[in-house]
Design a protein around this ligand. Structure first.
Ligand code: 13P
Ligand code: SF4
Length: 369
């Protein structure tokens, strides 16, 4: 039998068994990070100049700047909206500005380009800001699964490109994955197959929801894909930090390689629910604010420390793994943000036929919140 590969689709139970047999290294190149992605490597003088030019151009061009929680901190500090993928999609769709300039990654830029108003233009500081997770989603294998399951329902995670969204019935983000899955369960027949893609760890989480609803796990199919940054956050990273900070609460992004182990600990009662939560990058801010614990171990990309520390200034946020750095998000730099506004680059354009098909799943994601 051939070895299972990235992008393959399996019934959920088999996917759980297969996980360690699949090579989930990024199917695309991981670019180098330039030193100026770190604000401390840009002189104060240049920073001040860039800041004032960005504010001037923003007014002149009637631009709205959006930044993901993993974008460099100097970009976050001048942005009009900072948040997770769902929040940025909502804020972009609500804005009337002439230019939507978003420092994130291409799949988020594409959502703005689909939802934008006719007078708007969507810009991104760098076209190399891709996503290893989105690259695992194989559109040919999705079409094949749909042919084999004509009454199947496809739920694609927001980390997918336009062609995959166009094949999907629903789209969800980490912030509303549980709500979208529960919505699908209550609006479908119990024997209707469901394909969740491309994140296998988030797929395990979907499986838990099915079990909690007394739904047969047999109806769930998963694609083998993972984010290389989150996949490498393993249970031992959490354990190591918990030994150093025994009173710390833990907050985990459901894309992490430690997701199923953390869920098991909660289900077995070895970790109480108030000491461990699964949240989107933005949901983490609410948790950090509300938990009485002063130290929080954060299992996601390190850029998220900046918004969490701003959200709860008295708390200390410790990364589960300091090596969890997304090189794609770090293609966005303060200089490139300025150049984007100055030169009207890089404009994100989408194929109108694909965009028309991708719109419904995205609208569903925006409405099920
Ligand atoms: P959020 O929706 O939580 O921002 O996650 C998107 C992402 O790419 C996480 O790696
Ligand atoms: Fe994609 Fe992972 Fe980077 Fe998020 S952290 S944008 S999932 S590569």
């Amino acid at each position: 039998m051939d070895l299972p590969a990235s992008g393959d689709i399996f019934p959920a139970k088999e996917a759980v068994r297969m996980i360690d047999a699949v090579d989930l290294t990024p199917p695309i190149e991981v670019p180098p990070i330039s030193p100026d992605a770190y604000p401390e490597n840009v002189s104060d003088e240049e920073h001040r100049w860039l800041q004032s030019e960005i504010s001037r151009l923003k007014r002149e061009r009637r631009a709205y700047i959006l930044a993901h929680n993993y974008a460099p901190s100097d970009i976050q500090d001048v942005a009009d909206a900072v948040g997770d993928s769902l929040y940025l999609a909502q804020k972009g769709a609500d804005s009337d500005a002439d230019i939507l300039l978003e420092a994130s990654v291409l799949f988020m830029n594409q959502i703005l380009a689909i939802m934008k108003k006719p007078h708007q233009r969507v810009l991104a500081p760098d076209l190399g800001a891709l996503c290893s997770l989105a690259a695992h989603a194989d559109v040919g294998k999705i079409r094949q699964w749909k042919r084999e399951h004509p009454n199947g329902i496809v739920i694609s995670y927001v980390n997918t490109y336009l062609d995959v969204k166009a094949e999907s019935d629903y789209c969800c983000a980490s912030a509303n994955a549980a709500k979208v899955i529960l919505h699908v369960l209550s609006h479908s027949e119990p024997d209707q197959p469901i394909l969740f893609l491309p994140d296998v760890y988030l797929g395990f989480y979907a499986g838990k929801l099915l079990e909690q609803q007394n739904q047969p796990l047999e109806r769930l199919w998963l694609m083998m894909g993972a984010c290389h940054v989150h996949d490498r956050i393993r249970p031992y990273h959490i354990e190591r930090q918990r030994r150093l900070y025994p009173d710390a609460a833990v907050v985990v992004h459901p894309e992490c390689g430690c997701t199923s182990a953390c869920m098991r600990q909660m289900a077995q009662g070895t970790t109480p629910a108030n000491m461990m939560q699964f949240r989107s990058t933005q949901g983490m801010a609410q948790f950090v604010r509300e938990t009485p614990q002063k130290i929080i171990i954060m299992a996601t990309e390190v850029g998220n420390i900046h918004p969490l520390s701003k959200a709860a200034p008295g708390k200390t946020v410790i990364p589960a793994s300091p090596e969890a750095i997304c090189a794609y998000m770090k293609q966005n730099t303060f200089r490139k943000l300025y150049l984007s506004l100055r030169d009207n680059v890089h404009e994100i354009k989408v194929d109108p036929a694909l965009a028309a098909r991708a719109r419904l799943p995205i609208e569903r994601m925006l409405s099920i919140v």
